[in-house]
Design a protein around this ligand. Structure first.
Ligand code: SF4
Ligand code: SF4
Length: 172
């Protein structure tokens, strides 16, 4: 497991947009072998904020922190990609990516913070970290987490977008 104990990216502070290279540097990107194995969590939490919800929301003890202001460290070998942390992250900073399906499409799971989530089967627009449109995806599943009341949406997307699509726009 890589160690994400690195300082906050100043570029993020200036632009508000995360650089995928920085995520790699922080140890938040699993190996290619792990990515191909099945669903896994991608954490995009790069600010040392006092939050450890993900540590306690993971039933597999895949997320650890020495102190509450640390950034989470993820053990990708323990992470099953269950998505329980996605629903409970107050920063909407956790995504599940799944490259394992055969073919050109994979599966992305993210938190959706608006009141009217898309329906199963609906086509949605994928947005990148800057909020710019990347392409389209098809909703596979939507659920509302009982405790956090957040919606979690699972979408079939082209594998080329799995690491860049980080929000959705519902076309209504
Ligand atoms: S996806 Fe599941 S197993 Fe992985 S870190 Fe989140 S809660 Fe833990
Ligand atoms: S719950 Fe979310 S915001 Fe809080 S530390 Fe974990 S990833 Fe970061």
């Amino acid at each position: 497991m890589d160690n994400p104990d690195a300082s906050t990216d100043s570029e993020v502070k200036v632009t508000g947009v995360l650089n995928p290279d920085k995520l790699k540097e922080l140890g938040y990107i699993p190996s290619k072998q792990r990515l191909l194995k099945g669903p896994v969590a991608i954490f995009e939490c790069v600010e040392p904020i006092p939050c450890n919800v993900c540590v306690f929301s993971c039933p597999f003890k895949a997320v650890v922190m020495d102190k509450i202001t640390d950034m989470p460290k993820v053990d990708f070998n323990k992470c099953t990609g269950c998505g329980l942390c996605v629903a409970q992250c107050p920063g909407q900073a956790i995504f599940i990516v799944d490259y394992s399906p055969k073919g050109e499409t994979g599966v992305l799971t993210l938190q959706y913070d608006l009141t009217q989530p898309p329906d199963k089967g609906e086509e949605v627009i994928l947005l990148d970290r800057k909020g710019e449109e990347l392409g389209k995806g098809r909703v596979l599943k939507v659920y509302k987490h009982k405790r956090s009341e957040a919606f979690v949406v699972t979408i079939e997307v082209s594998k080329e977008f799995l690491m860049n699509a980080r929000a959705i726009k519902v076309r209504r």
